[in-house]
Design a protein around this ligand. Structure first.
Ligand code: 9MR
Ligand code: ZN
Length: 526
């Protein structure tokens, strides 16, 4: 992942010097007097260096008797960005993946049977479609809304990074493939809306399937009761999508906006917040969230951007002070509301309010920058932040830093953001790429039912691992990790370890955002 015009970082462990050689073995550069220092997240002693300006080509970095190949390419992130979007295509549910698009990962249609209402199993509904959430086959509204949110912002900001050649069924239809892919999820989300405007929380079975192919998974699926967080997250996503699709398909855009407005109306009619909890007999992902203010803030912002109606402005203004503005995860979405206010509503908000919001946003970005500076590898995650899906806060801090750069023009934000993409591709204490099939040494055994049961040696490509997790590990993971393992190394590239090596749609999507940013930059740099 090294491009000529961008920083090229390497982490040297326990070294005080290193040599960079060109393809012919000639020394190009020496790095002397390095001071490796203790990285508290990994326990490594790291010197982080920048290889400096290099033309495209192959080099080698030699230190301590070891040699690593360094490849500099004009556009190292183009194929990656496409693959990360295509990774979502492989998660499609309710349809067959045809060999023409999926190659060896083709499979027959899955999960096409009607779902039952959990609260009233007599009622059967068609809610087929959408992406499998992760390594399991469930479909959950809040994570879906956030994933589409990441992707639509990525497309709005970095359109040059999105090519119409992903070889998905809709490729060539005149709509960028990233929008084709998002539409697949949006069509399902529309089905998850009840007549009164509320969104069912999720569509899953009572238990996770065994490790079988999706089309073999025939257990009954249920629509679990609507929640405020799902409804508000959806309202935000649909209102944003209505603007994204407006230039391409006015009817679809209008359908989305009408449904976002209905979701918001349901929230107004049902002001008593009830967080989601799994019923006794349902063991699939809960995506529990005890705070809906951030989802409501995001929704109010997007609805205001799409309608211009004063009531949404009033709501976002009232909610903003009560919401953290720097988070882009499945549980906390205030950052997406902030992106809407700062960039989509630029000039349409009260000046003092907008300045205050921007100040808070940039403070959070400064904190992420500082966290990255304190990390040996430049990772924007503190040592105690390695939880289930640590890739999410790392990549979301990448998004935050990119937004701060876009707002302020200050390159340290951008450089630190690239460091988060570097992390994903292998500049980490594991020395592994956390994207299947991409990078020099990608992880190989995702907790992903199709990858483990399709009989193909390589895992499905373009999927992002949750990554190291040092908290509440499975006993089976704990047993396999040596005692005293550092947080950033608490990882197993093994299929059973859902707690460190599952994949999820909302780990792909912030990776798309960050990769697309740098892909667009390398395209602009020529
Ligand atoms: O991403 C979720 C993570 O933040 C939680 O700690 C974890 C345990 O509750 O669940 C993760 O989400 C999983 C979901 O519940 C079910 N599908 C797979 C998801 C990825 O591991
Ligand atoms: Zn399916």
């Amino acid at each position: 992942g090294y491009a000529p015009g961008l920083p090229k970082r390497a982490a040297l462990l326990d070294q005080t010097s290193a040599r960079l050689l060109d393809e012919a073995g000639q020394e190009l550069r020496r790095f002397d007097g390095l001071h490796p220092w203790f990285d508290p997240a990994s326990g490594d002693r790291v010197a982080l260096i920048d290889l400096g300006h290099l033309a495209p080509g192959e080099y080698s970095l030699n230190a301590g008797g070891e040699s690593r190949r360094i490849r500099v390419e004009r556009r190292p992130y183009s194929a990656l960005t496409g693959a990360l979007v295509k990774g979502l295509y492989y998660q499609r549910c309710g349809c067959a993946l045809e060999a023409a698009h999926a190659g060896p990962y083709a499979h027959a249609a899955c999960h096409t049977a009607p779902a039952k209402l959990y609260e009233n199993p007599e009622v059967e509904l068609d809610a087929s479609g959408g992406w499998h959430d992760a390594g399991d086959y469930g479909r959950y509204v809040s994570p879906a809304a956030v994933t589409v949110g990441h992707l639509l912002y990525a497309y709005r900001w970095f359109p040059k990074a999105f090519q119409d050649a992903l070889n998905i069924p809709e490729s060539g239809n005149g709509l960028p493939d990233v929008l084709n892919e998002c539409r697949f999820e949006l069509e399902w989300l529309l089905k998850m809306q009840r007549e009164d405007g509320a969104l069912y929380h999720k569509l899953t079975k009572k238990r996770f399937a065994p490790f079988i192919m999706p089309e073999e998974d025939k257990a009954q699926e249920y629509l679990l009761p609507p929640t405020h967080t799902a409804t508000a997250g959806y309202a935000a996503c649909a209102a944003l999508a209505s603007r994204a699709y407006r230039p391409f398909d006015a009817a679809f855009s209008a359908r989305l906006l009408e449904s976002a407005v209905r979701a918001w109306a349901w929230l107004e009619q049902n002001p008593r917040f009830v967080p989601y909890e799994n019923p006794e007999d349902v063991k699939t992902g809960a995506y529990g969230d005890t705070n809906c203010l951030d989802e409501a803030f995001w929704a109010a912002s997007e609805l205001y951007a799409s309608t211009g109606e004063a009531r949404y402005l009033d709501a976002l203004t009232a909610l903003c002070p009560r919401v953290e503005l720097s988070k882009f995860g499945w549980r906390e979405v205030g950052g997406l509301g902030a992106l809407c206010c700062l960039f989509e509503l630029d000039g349409r908000l009260d000046k003092a309010f907008a300045d205050g919001l921007q100040g808070r946003f940039l403070l959070a970005a400064d904190a992420a920058l500082e966290t990255a500076r304190l990390s040996g590898y430049g990772t924007a995650l503190s040592p105690d932040g390695y939880v289930w899906g640590s890739s999410l806060p790392i990549l979301c801090n990448g998004m935050l830093l990119i937004a701060a750069w876009k707002r302020s023009g200050k390159t340290p934000y951008l450089d630190a953001a690239l460091n988060q993409l570097d992390y994903l591709l292998g500049l980490n204490a594991l020395d592994l790429s956390l994207v299947t099939g991409y990078g020099e040494r990608p992880f190989r055994f995702p907790h992903h039912r199709p990858s483990a049961s399709d009989g193909v040696e390589d895992p499905v490509p373009g999927l992002v691992s949750g990554g190291p997790n040092a908290r509440n590990n499975y006993p089976s993971t704990r047993e396999r990790l040596p005692k005293g393992t550092y947080p950033a190394k608490s990882y197993l590239d093994e299929t059973p370890s859902a707690d460190t090596n599952e994949i999820a749609i909302y780990w792909n999507s912030p990776a798309v955002f960050v990769a697309a940013c740098f892909d667009q930059l390398t395209r602009e740099n020529g």
